[in-house]
Ligand binder design. Structure first.
Ligand code: DGT
Ligand code: MG
Ligand code: MG
Ligand code: MG
Ligand code: MG
Length: 298
């Protein structure tokens, strides 16, 4: 194979390395999800199942790629921040974009029936992917603030729009014209005075999107027994068994799952962190101050 007379065509494949020492953000977005959401009867304005499925695919990606330190998702898109010094696939752009976008897509399809048990896929969905480089932490923070502000603007509009249609009996054309030229405060007012909806009390998932970060798994201490172990053995009422907090119980069960799945794959150590889904603010500095390690590598 190596030195056939045809091998020169290989020289036409050019390298596409990404600049070293800068942050990479990979954004994946559903292709024509306007159509896909209609064909699969997504609830309007927000379909919790669809959003949770997106979170699940993003979680799979973060579990497979430890160099992803943060992810943010809304609607049919997810953004992934890779650590500044990542050497993933030697920073080859097409390798990273295509492999990660492909895993996200296959995970979305793989878990579809878990979230849509009564809605078979009528055609295979696809996602596009792109990488944007950001040299400084300011731009990284502003990038995520931009996506979360977008979530808020779209959700406020869509929530008011569909309230006018579904509860207010307007046609979609009428609802569009009702909202033309309105400011955020006007939409809050329409929601509250006409439909009794307090926007700020709606599910944070819809208002803030999904924020995925890694949290440390607490190490289990010698001699402590988890709730699962207690229940399995029917020891619930024994006074000498110490109830651990919820986090440790989850951590323990994740480790057991990990062991079951990975012992045969030959992976030696269980993970020290787990990926959690939050619906918190990423625009204010607090988020970044509490998680300094996302941007500053030790
Ligand atoms: P693209 O990305 O240029 O290929 O085209 P689209 O159609 O994917 O456009 P995009 O990404 O700007 O907008 C996302 C579409 O997905 C938008 O039409 C609404 C739909 N969508 C996303 N999440 C939901 C949901 O939870 N419920 C419903 N009903 N639709 C959703
Ligand atoms: Mg688009
Ligand atoms: Mg899309
Ligand atoms: Mg989109
Ligand atoms: Mg190959």
């Amino acid at each position: 194979m190596a030195n056939s007379k045809y091998a020169y065509v290989r020289d036409f494949e050019l390298p596409d390395p990404l600049l070293p020492g800068v942050f990479m953000v990979l954004r994946i977005d559903g292709h024509s999800f306007h159509r896909f959401s209609e064909k699969h009867n997504f609830a309007k304005p927000n379909d919790v199942r669809a959003l949770q499925l997106m979170d699940h695919a993003a979680q799979d990606l973060m579990e497979e790629y430890p160099d992803i330190v943060l992810a943010f998702g809304e609607s049919d898109e997810f953004s992934f921040l890779l650590r500044k010094s990542t050497s993933l696939y030697n920073r080859r752009q097409s390798k990273i974009v295509s492999t990660l976008t492909s895993l996200f897509t296959s995970s979305y399809v793989f878990h579809w029936s878990l979230y849509f048990p009564d809605t078979p896929l009528v055609y295979p969905p696809s996602f596009d992917g792109r990488i944007v480089l950001y040299p400084r932490t300011k731009e990284v923070k502003d990038y995520f603030a931009w996506r979360q502000a977008d979530t808020h603007i779209n959700n406020l509009y869509n929530t008011t729009f569909w309230a006018l249609v579904q509860q207010g009996g307007q046609t979609t054309t009428e609802a569009h014209s009702t909202l033309r030229g309105t400011f955020a405060k006007d939409k809050h007012e329409i929601l509250f005075s006409r439909f009794g909806i307090n926007y700020n009390q709606l599910d944070a998932r819809f208002r803030k999107g999904s924020v995925l970060v890694r949290e440390d798994l607490e190490e289990e201490k010698e001699g402590e027994v988890t709730k699962e172990a207690m229940t399995d053995e029917g020891h619930d009422e024994q006074p000498n068994i110490k109830l651990l907090n919820h986090g440790v119980i989850i951590a323990r069960s994740l480790k057991l799952d990990w062991k079951k799945e990975n012992t045969r794959k030959g992976k030696a150590r269980p993970p020290k962190t787990k990926v959690v889904v939050l619906h918190c603010d990423v625009i204010k500095d607090e988020f970044w101050e509490e998680r300094n390690g996302l941007l500053v590598e030790s």
